[in-house]
Design a binder for this molecule. Structure first.
Ligand SMILES: NC(=O)c1ccc[n+]([C@@H]2O[C@H](COP(=O)([O-])OP(=O)(O)OC[C@H]3O[C@@H](n4cnc5c(N)ncnc54)[C@H](OP(=O)(O)O)[C@@H]3O)[C@@H](O)[C@H]2O)c1
Length: 352
C-alpha cells in the first residue's frame, strides 16, 4: 500500500475537520502544514502530529517529500494557490468552491491537464455513500421530473455580521460573507445543492434566481453579498429547484421525483439516509399510496473520509479525474453560480 504525503494549506477549522477524516484513510499521511504565520503552523502541526511547517506555499509545493496538497483557505485564494502547486507537479484537492468563478475554474483545469496532475474539488455531498447509492438507484424509477434540494442553516456568524454592519463591532467581515473573498450564500452553502444537481443531471438550460442580499463594509465601501436564495432550473423534460440560506434553518429532505416514483435523501450536504417510494397503481382522493422503503447504506466513520479515499483512488489508479467530482462538474457548477450571482448583482474582484 503506497502512502500519499499531503501538505495542508491553511490552519482554520476546516483543515482541522478534514484531517480528522483524512487520517482514517490508511494511505493518507499529513507531511507538512503551511500557514501565513509560523506560529500558527507550529500550533496546527502540534495538534495533528505534523513536524514540517512552511509559511510559503511555493516552498511547500517544491518539497519533493510531498505528493499532494490540500487547500483549506478562503475562496478567492484557491485559483492562485492551486496553480502554484500544480505547476510544481503536485496533485491538488481544493476546498469547495473550486474557484471564484467559472473562468478561474477553467484556468485551473487547464493547468491540471498541462501538468498531468489530479485537481479535485473537495465537494463532500457527491462522494458520500448515501448520495452514491441514490445515484446508482435513480435509473430504477423512471424518468426524473423534478429535483428539489435545500440547505438552510442559520449561520453562527450572522449575528456578528449584523453588528459589523451596524458599526457595533469593528471586526473584519468573515470570508464566507465577504465579496472580496468570493464568499456569499451561493458559494458557501448553495453549492451543496447545485453541485449534486449538476452531477446527476448536467448543466441546466436556464437559471432563475430569487436572492436575498445585504450590504457589508469591505475595503472602505459597502458591497453586496447574497445570504439566502431560491433558484429554479430547466432541463429537457424536467425541472429543478434549490433553496439555501444563511439566515434561516430548514429540515426539508432532498427529493427526486420520477415518473416511476420518488427517491429522497435526508439532507443534501452530507446525507445519512435515503428512501425510495415506487409509484405503484395510480391513486386518487384519500387512497393511501405505496409505502416508502429505507434504502440507506452505512455512513463512513467520518464524513470527510470519502473525499480522501476518492482523491487517493483517482491518483493511484492513474486516472486524472474523479468521475463524480470531475472538472467538468466543477466548471458547470461554477457557471450556474456565476449566473445566480449575476442575477443577484453580487460581484467579486475576481470577476473584474
Ligand atoms: N467542506 C466543508 O465542510 C467546508 C466547511 C467550511 C468551509 N469550507 C471551505 O473551506 C475554505 C475555508 O473556509 P473558512 O471559513 O475556514 O475560511 P477562513 O476561516 O477565512 O480561512 C481559513 C484559513 O485560511 C487561511 N487564510 C485566511 N485568509 C487567507 C488569505 N487571504 N490567503 C491565504 N490564506 C488565508 C488562514 O490560515 P493561516 O492563518 O494558517 O494562513 C485561515 O485560518 C473555503 O473555501 C470554504 O468554502 C468547507
Amino acid at each position: 500500500m503506497e502512502r500519499m504525503r499531503f501538505g495542508i494549506v491553511g490552519t482554520g477549522r476546516i483543515s482541522d475537520w478534514v484531517l480528522k477524516g483524512a487520517v482514517m484513510e490508511p494511505r493518507f499521511e499529513a507531511a507538512a502544514v503551511c500557514s501565513r504565520s509560523e506560529e500558527k503552523a507550529r500550533e496546527f502541526g502540534a495538534r495533528h502530529g505534523i513536524g514540517k511547517t512552511y509559511t510559503s506555499v511555493e516552498e511547500m509545493a517544491a518539497d519533493p517529500q510531498i505528493d499532494a496538497i490540500y487547500i483549506g483557505t478562503p475562496n478567492h485564494t484557491h485559483h492562485d494557490l492551486a496553480i502554484a502547486c500544480m505547476k510544481q507537479g503536485k496533485h491538488v484537492m481544493c476546498e469547495k468552491p473550486l474557484a471564484s468563478n467559472a473562468r478561474e475554474a477553467e484556468e485551473m483545469a487547464a493547468v491540471a491537464r498541462e501538468n498531468g496532475v489530479v485537481l479535485m474539488e473537495a465537494m463532500i455531498s457527491t462522494l458520500s455513500p448515501n448520495f452514491r447509492n441514490v445515484q446508482g438507484k435513480l435509473p430504477e424509477i423512471g424518468t426524473p421530473r423534478h429535483y428539489n434540494a435545500a440547505f438552510c442553516q442559520y449561520s453562527s456568524k450572522i449575528d456578528m455580521l449584523r453588528r459589523i454592519v451596524s458599526g457595533e463591532e469593528s471586526a473584519p467581515v468573515p470570508s464566507s460573507f465577504n465579496p472580496d473573498c468570493s464568499g456569499g450564500a451561493t458559494q458557501d452553502i448553495g453549492i451543496y445543492t447545485i453541485y449534486p444537481m449538476v452531477t446527476l443531471f448536467g448543466e441546466p438550460s436556464s437559471v432563475k434566481a430569487d436572492a436575498v442580499t445585504m450590504e457589508v463594509p469591505v475595503g472602505g465601501e459597502m458591497k453586496k453579498i447574497d445570504i439566502h436564495c431560491t433558484a429554479q432550473f430547466s432541463y429537457p423534460g424536467m425541472t429543478a429547484s434549490v433553496t439555501y440560506s444563511k439566515i434561516a434553518d430548514s429540515r426539508l429532505r432532498t427529493e427526486i421525483t420520477c415518473d416511476g416514483g420518488i427517491i429522497s435523501l435526508d439532507q443534501i450536504h452530507i446525507s445519512h439516509g435515503a428512501e425510495m417510494i415506487r409509484r405503484g397503481a395510480p391513486t386518487s382522493g384519500r387512497t393511501s399510496g405505496p409505502q416508502s422503503v429505507d434504502i440507506s447504506v452505512p455512513c463512513d466513520a467520518d464524513e470527510y473520509l470519502c473525499e480522501f479515499t476518492e482523491f487517493i483512488d483517482v491518483v493511484q489508479s492513474g486516472a486524472r479525474e474523479s468521475v463524480n467530482n470531475s472538472l467538468a462538474n466543477s466548471i458547470s457548477t461554477a457557471r450556474v453560480i456565476d449566473e445566480i450571482r449575476r442575477q443577484a448583482g453580487v460581484i467579486f474582484p475576481a470577476d473584474l
